[in-house]
Design a protein around this ligand. Structure first.
Ligand code: FES
Length: 349
């Protein structure tokens, strides 16, 4: 994960409280900034890091993010109210595993559920898929408080016009009256059932995506699974723009106070002492090792690495899949030591 100083090419207002920020990527950095739809970049502002999903398509040769101001969020407030064209920000190369495999030659049906600013990575996936898959049926179920709050409304309507046979946009409002009550209220179990009954045939669905707050992810992913879509075809991204790292691990852990850990990172081997009071990212930063991280809360996957020897306590997270766990993949930011010696490899990811 490498940071570069990038010039802001454009700040465009999307709604009263959200903007689209486009970066100017110098020609020589474009290979490093190549991304897959659904990935995010990290901004470092005043020593704090925040992740923002790219909303552009990898085919557009454009790097844009969507940012909504959140209550008490100084960084989102700065980005939505003060940032202007020509300013320079410290931006990481793209990261993240949210997304679906591209299948340009298949006729397939895709479902996406998004709430609020959770539309950002989904928009990138929609754009890319519509551009590359002639026979796709892409259903988007997008929930907001009111029509004025909808980020990228213009862009979504334009896509609907451009791809009337492939893109099926359904907007839901929680604080706005609609002619058809089906489109009023939150995306929850009840709404999911109605959607299956009236808008889409789940038997035709190949991949499903969910992006929004944790409660919605839990409920909708579960419903999709219960409706018969295998786990490996359900993709989700927890979307919390101003996430504050949680104290994830229990205090009464069974672990030695200090353990010796060997870390492989970018071709170098580091030996350090890891104290149980700290997560591995903080222990590495204390030892002046340039550890890859962003959210420090088990959300973004920047700190993913492989446990090659020993054991760790791992906090709850939405990132790791069952097969990751089987392979010994962990998240360094929510790991605490459990055995006296541990070997970690960041390069094995
Ligand atoms: S830093 Fe985000 S998951 Fe670890």
């Amino acid at each position: 994960m490498e940071f570069h100083s990038l010039k802001v090419a454009l700040v465009k207002n999307l709604t009263k409280d959200s903007v689209q920020i486009t970066f100017d990527i110098p020609e020589e950095l474009k290979p490093e900034f190549q991304f897959s739809s659904g990935q995010y970049i990290t901004l470092e502002i005043n020593g704090e890091r925040r992740d923002y999903s790219l909303c552009s398509s990898p085919l557009d040769s454009e790097w844009s993010i969507g940012v909504r101001a959140v209550k008490g969020g100084n960084i989102s407030k700065y980005l939505t109210q003060e940032l202007k064209t020509g300013d320079v920000l410290s931006v990481s190369t793209p990261n993240g595993r949210f997304g679906i495999p591209s299948k340009p030659n298949e006729k397939r049906t895709l479902l996406a559920f998004a709430a609020g600013s959770g539309i950002t990575p989904i928009l990138s996936i929609i754009r890319y898929t519509l551009e590359t898959e002639e026979w796709v049926n892409f259903y988007l179920f997008f929930s907001n408080k009111t029509p004025e709050k909808v980020m990228f409304m213009e862009e979504l309507k334009a896509l609907q016009k451009l791809y009337p046979n492939n893109f099926h946009l359904h907007l839901f409002y929680t604080q706005f009256q609609m002619e058809d009550w089906l489109f009023e209220g939150r995306l929850d179990e009840h709404k999911f059932e109605l959607i299956l009954n009236q808008l889409v045939d789940i038997n035709e669905v190949d991949e499903a995506m969910v992006c929004g707050p944790s409660e919605m992810i839990k409920v909708i992913s579960n419903e999709i699974f219960n409706a018969g879509i295998p786990k490996k075809h359900i993709h989700f991204e927890l979307f919390t723009p101003e996430f504050t790292p949680l104290d994830i691990l229990p205090e009464e852990m069974d672990a030695p106070d200090d353990v010796n850990v060997t870390v492989e990172l970018e071709g170098e081997t580091h030996e350090l002492v890891w104290n149980r009071e700290k997560n591995l990212i903080d222990a590495m930063l204390d030892a002046d090792i340039d550890a890859p991280y962003s959210c420090k809360g088990g959300i973004c996957s920047s700190c993913m690495c492989k446990l090659e020897e020993g054991e760790v306590h791992l906090g709850d997270n939405y990132v790791l899949t069952d097969s990751d766990r089987e392979e010994g993949i962990i998240l360094a930011c929510i790991s605490r030591p459990k055995t006296p010696t541990i070997k970690i490899n960041f390069d094995a990811i």
